[in-house]
Write a protein that binds this ligand. Structure first.
Ligand SMILES: NC(=O)c1ccc[n+]([C@@H]2O[C@H](COP(=O)([O-])OP(=O)(O)OC[C@H]3O[C@@H](n4cnc5c(N)ncnc54)[C@H](O)[C@@H]3O)[C@@H](O)[C@H]2O)c1
Length: 414
C-alpha cells in the first residue's frame, strides 16, 4: 500500500497535507509514504525531515500510489498522471472547481472532498473545515491586534491609564470563537454576535459579551445558520451599526454553508467607525461580510483599514498543516482495514456515511449528486406509466431547500 503526499501547485498555498511527525502513523498502518520533493518547503519542512521520519522523497511519488493526499485540489496535470482507480483526499470546493471534478471523473479517480465530510460527532477528528477555521480565527485576531495602533489590554501605569481596545466579532462559529478567545487573551474587551441561538452562551463562555439583538435566531441543519431574508438582514445591519461605530476593531467570520457569505456590514457602517479603526473580514474570498473588502488586500474605507482574508489558514502553514495532516491520517485510518490474514489493506467501506458522503467522483462517474446535477444536468425523467382512472393525484411537492443537499447532520450539535 502506498500513499503519496503532493507538492501543492496553487499560488499562495503554503500548507502540506502530511507533516513528518505523522509519517510514523501512516507507516504504522502499513503504508509506504512517498513525498514529492519540496512538498513541505513553504511550511518550513525540509525533505530530509520526511526521509528521517521514514518516508521516501521522490519525483515519481504518485507512481503506484493507492492514495494521493493534498491540501488544495490536484492540478489537471497531476490528475492526468494518476492511474485509474487512485483515491485522492483534498479540499475540493465542488461549486468553484467544476472543471477539476470533470478531470477527476474522466481520469477514473476516486476523489474525496474534505469539506463534504459529514459534520457528525464521529467525523470530528477528520473535520478539516473546523481545524482550518480554528487557525483562521486565531490569525484574524492577531492581524487585528497587529494593525490596530493601540493596546488590546487595559494598561494602568504610574503615568495614567490606557483603556483596553473594544473588539466586535460577528459570526461565532469555530473561527469566530477562536478570534474571540485570542482577543480576550490579549486583554481586549470583546463583544460578539451570531444568528444561532446556541452562540450567545458559547460567546459568554469565552469571557466575551454577547450582543443581543431584538431579532429571531436562525438555525439551519446540523447546528448551522440559515440564510437571512433581506428584511432581517437590513434590520440586523441597522441594530449592529452602533456597536460597530463604537469598536476599535471589527472581525467578521460569518458564513452559511453552500451560500455566498452574508453581507453584515455596509460601506456606510464602516464609514461611521473611528479614526484608526481596523476591520478584518475573514469571509472576503466568498463574497465578504463587509462591503468593499478585497481578498488579499488592505483597503481604506472612511477612517478604517479593511483587511480582506485570502487563504488565511495558509498564513500559518506549520500549525495549519499539522492539524490538517491529523485530519487526513484519521480519514486514511478509516479507509484502512485488515484482511483475513490480519494484514492491513487499503479498503474504504463506502457503506460508511463519512466515506460515501465525502466522495465526489468514482469509477468514471460523479457520485456526489448535487455536483453531478450541476455539471451534467438533471437525469432524463423516467417514462411515465400510462395513467389509469384509479390514480390519485400526487401532493404538490414542497419547494426543495438546497441546504438539504449538504452533508450536515443534526447530530453535529449533540
Ligand atoms: N463535527 C461537528 O460536530 C461540528 C464541526 C464543526 C462545527 N459544528 C457546529 O457548527 C457550528 C458552526 O460551525 P462553523 O464555524 O463551521 O460555521 P460556518 O463557518 O458555516 O459559519 C460561521 C458562523 O457564522 C454564523 N453566521 C451565519 N450567518 C450569520 C449572520 N447573518 N450574522 C451573524 N452570524 C452569522 C454562523 O451561525 C456560524 O456560527 C459550530 O459552532 C458547531 O455548533 C459541528
Amino acid at each position: 500500500m502506498k500513499i503519496a503526499v503532493a507538492k501543492e501547485t496553487r499560488d499562495g498555498e503554503a500548507r502540506v497535507a502530511v507533516v513528518p511527525e505523522l509519517v510514523g502513523k501512516l507507516t504504522g498502518l502499513g503504508y509506504d509514504v512517498a513525498v514529492e520533493p519540496g512538498a513541505g518547503l513553504h511550511a518550513l519542512i525540509a525533505d530530509g525531515e520526511y526521509a528521517e521520519a521514514g518516508a521516501t522523497v521522490d519525483d515519481a511519488a504518485f507512481e503506484g500510489a493507492d492514495l494521493v493526499v493534498s491540501v488544495q485540489p490536484l492540478s489537471a496535470q497531476q490528475i492526468r498522471g494518476l492511474a485509474r482507480g487512485t483515491t485522492t483526499i483534498s479540499f475540493l470546493p465542488v461549486n468553484q472547481e467544476q472543471q477539476t471534478v470533470v478531470e477527476l471523473r474522466d481520469a477514473g479517480v476516486t476523489a474525496h472532498a474534505v469539506e463534504l465530510i459529514p459534520r457528525i460527532s464521529r467525523a470530528q477528528s477528520m473535520d478539516g473545515l473546523s481545524s482550518q477555521a480554528l487557525v483562521a480565527g486565531y490569525r484574524c485576531a492577531i492581524v487585528a491586534a497587529g494593525m490596530l495602533r493601540r493596546f488590546f489590554p487595559l494598561n494602568m501605569t504610574a503615568a495614567g491609564t490606557v483603556q483596553a481596545a473594544e473588539i466586535v466579532v460577528l459570526g461565532a462559529g469555530v473561527a469566530g470563537l477562536q478570534a474571540i478567545a485570542t482577543a480576550k487573551r490579549l486583554g481586549a474587551v470583546v463583544r460578539a454576535y451570531d444568528v444561532r441561538a446556541a452562540a450567545a452562551e458559547e460567546i459568554r463562555s469565552m469571557g466575551a459579551k454577547a450582543i443581543e439583538l431584538d431579532l429571531e435566531t436562525l438555525e439551519g441543519a446540523g447546528g448551522y445558520a440559515r440564510e437571512m431574508t433581506e428584511d432581517r438582514a437590513d434590520r440586523q445591519r441597522e441594530l449592529l451599526t452602533p456597536y460597530i461605530a463604537a469598536a476599535d476593531a471589527l472581525i467578521t467570520t460569518a458564513a452559511v454553508p453552500g451560500r455566498p457569505a452574508p453581507l453584515l456590514v455596509t460601506r456606510d457602517m464602516v464609514e461611521q467607525m473611528k479614526p484608526g479603526s481596523v476591520v478584518v473580514d475573514l469571509a472576503s474570498e466568498s463574497g465578504g461580510n463587509v462591503e468593499g473588502s478585497v481578498a488579499g488586500e488592505v483597503v481604506r474605507i472612511g477612517n478604517a483599514q479593511v483587511w480582506g482574508g485570502r487563504n488565511v489558514p495558509s498564513q500559518m502553514p506549520g500549525p495549519a498543516s499539522k492539524l490538517y495532516a491529523q485530519n487526513v491520517v484519521n480519514l486514511v485510518t478509516l479507509m484502512t482495514a485488515k484482511d483475513d490474514e490480519g494484514s492491513s489493506v487499503f479498503s474504504p467501506d463506502y457503506a460508511d456515511e463519512i466515506l460515501s458522503g465525502s466522495c465526489v467522483t468514482q469509477d468514471g462517474r460523479i457520485v456526489h449528486e448535487p455536483t453531478r446535477e450541476a455539471i451534467e444536468g438533471a437525469p432524463a425523467p423516467e417514462p411515465e406509466p400510462a395513467a389509469t382512472s384509479d390514480d390519485v393525484p400526487d401532493e404538490p411537492s414542497a419547494p426543495q431547500d438546497p441546504q438539504l443537499d449538504l452533508p450536515y447532520d443534526q447530530e453535529a450539535d449533540q
